[in-house]
Design a protein around this ligand. Structure first.
Ligand code: 6PG
Length: 259
């Protein structure tokens, strides 16, 4: 299937390489944080795990003009592993961002997916979000920034194909049961993703091409391709990808292509 940029919900930025994706992403996330701090006196951001955003987080830590004392950091999702585990999303955000930027420790809100009672941990995290994240008009917290990735199978956050989590509307955080080799998780739910003021979706490499085609197709099933929930986001959505992920013609040697 050949996709056009017109089907993409939001702005599409295609870079030549992963390093450019990271530069674009960190610059735009930094701008969104600075803007929130200017307007609201604080900024809230929820981070995804996975490999793709790591370099962006490292660059973000060095971005100029962010008053980190005003930033609250949350997670989009987390695996049921200890915080030092290689699979822990906290572990990588800590190594790349938290250890490099002067964020007050009490403003770093780890998702406790290593807790014995995941349902209770989900409820506690919802409480923490409500405490720190300004609500939208309908009372649902609206993060200033949410960073998302897309899995090769079309998942985003920990909303996986075939799981009912993508249908959750009455909770901000849900527990996702372990399945096969996949460990149990905690994840933000669609209502929270939908209300973020700025969503940045990062995808790199040809393994993402089919997933992005399914996400961007004008017709499709959110249960088969949960990342289609991104199409419901009410704020700004920016897709920052490389040409391999988009299956798009390689851009010329100059600047990124914006569509
Ligand atoms: C996770 C994520 C997940 C991730 C995608 C893409 O913890 O796994 O938050 O939703 O964004 O799986 O992962 P990659 O960046 O590794 O491709």
């Amino acid at each position: 299937m050949h996709m056009t940029a017109k089907a993409v919900p939001g702005q599409l930025i295609v870079s030549r390489q992963a390093s450019q994706v990271a530069r674009e992403a960190s610059a735009r996330i930094a701008e969104a944080l600075r803007d929130a701090i200017t307007r609201m006196g604080k900024a809230t951001i929820a981070l995804s795990g996975g490999n793709t955003p790591r370099e962006s987080y490292a660059l973000l830590a060095r971005a100029e003009g962010i008053d980190w004392s005003k930033v609250h950091v949350f997670w989009v999702d987390e695996r049921a592993v200890p915080p030092g585990d290689d699979r822990s999303n906290y572990r990588w955000a800590k190594a790349e961002l938290l250890d490099r930027a002067p964020i007050p420790p009490d403003q770093v809100h780890r998702m406790m997916a290593d807790s014995a009672d995941l349902a209770a941990a989900a409820g506690d995290y919802e409480h923490t979000i409500r405490e720190h994240v300004e609500p939208d008009d309908d009372g649902v917290p609206a993060f200033n920034v949410i960073v998302l990735g897309v899995g090769d199978d079309g998942h985003t956050a920990s909303l996986f194909p075939g799981e009912s989590t993508v249908d959750v509307t009455d909770r901000l955080v849900a527990a996702v049961p372990a399945r096969g080799a996949r460990e149990a998780r905690l994840t933000l739910t669609p209502p929270v993703l939908e209300r973020a003021r700025s969503v940045f979706v990062l995808a790199v490499g040809s393994s993402k091409r089919r997933a992005l085609e399914a996400v961007w197709a004008t017709v499709g099933d959110v249960h088969e391709t949960p990342a289609r929930v991104i199409g419901r986001c009410r704020g700004s959505v920016t897709w920052i990808i490389d040409h391999a992920a988009g299956g798009l013609p390689e851009p010329g040697p100059s600047a990124p292509v914006t569509g």
